[in-house]
Design a protein. Structure first.
Length: 215
């Protein structure tokens, strides 16, 4: 099983409707991959029904403070039936370029895949642009419940801090990195570089672009 994993929380339509668009694209660009959506159970039930009807597997979650919900999408890492997991943001449309990078990663046999698609991406792992093979070593890292009782507060960047501090030490020996740049120059021997102008750009939408959710 191959999974694209998303978190969905809050009431901003820019995330909800872009994820809805993504479900149609996933079927075409990532055939055979399942979209798993870890959704705050208080989201408009009409939207949840739309997402489910378009092929999303909904996993309903209890609401949590701040941005703790961004960590829910890491859950497939501990599912033994999942061969590959890709973690994405709800407001980024999948692209054929990213699919080509993912195919190259799978062919490489590496455990970890990361992509840095704009120059501002400075973290080792961008929380919305990475993937991992199912045999990464889940037995070495207990699965968190992503709750305040475990010390999670939902501050901005907590998801990437967790990746750097807990996951990366286990898999950094087997890591394929993609970095886009305008010149297409390799950033180092461990990078596969993609010219920036050849990348399908992010499609991020302002909430003001969407009207009321149709009933």
């Amino acid at each position: 099983m191959r999974v694209l994993s998303y978190s969905l929380y809050g009431d901003q339509l820019c995330y909800q409707l872009t994820l809805l668009m993504n479900l149609g694209l996933i079927a075409k660009i990532f055939p055979g991959w399942e979209p798993w959506i870890y959704a705050d159970r208080t989201i408009d039930p009409t939207m949840l029904k739309y997402l489910e009807n378009r092929g999303g597997k909904l996993i309903l979650m209890d609401p949590q403070p701040a941005r703790i919900g961004s960590l829910w999408r890491y859950d497939p890492l501990w599912h033994s039936e999942v061969e590959y997991t890709l973690v994405r943001d709800a407001d980024e449309l999948v692209s054929a370029t990213h699919k080509a990078a993912v195919d190259m990663w799978i062919d490489s046999g590496k455990l970890l895949y990361t992509a840095h698609t704009v120059p501002a991406h400075a973290r080792k792992i961008i929380a919305a642009l990475w993937g991992i093979r199912g045999d990464w070593g889940r037995e070495k890292l207990p699965q968190p419940k992503w709750l305040p009782e475990e010390g999670f507060t939902g501050y901005y960047g907590e998801d990437e801090d967790w990746l750097d501090n807990h996951l990366l030490p286990l898999v950094q020996h087997s890591w394929l990195k993609f970095r886009a740049n305008k010149e297409g120059v390799m950033d180092g021997p461990e990078f596969v570089s993609i010219p920036y102008e050849h990348l399908t750009p992010y499609y991020r939408w302002s909430n003001a672009q969407f009207g009321a959710l149709p009933q």
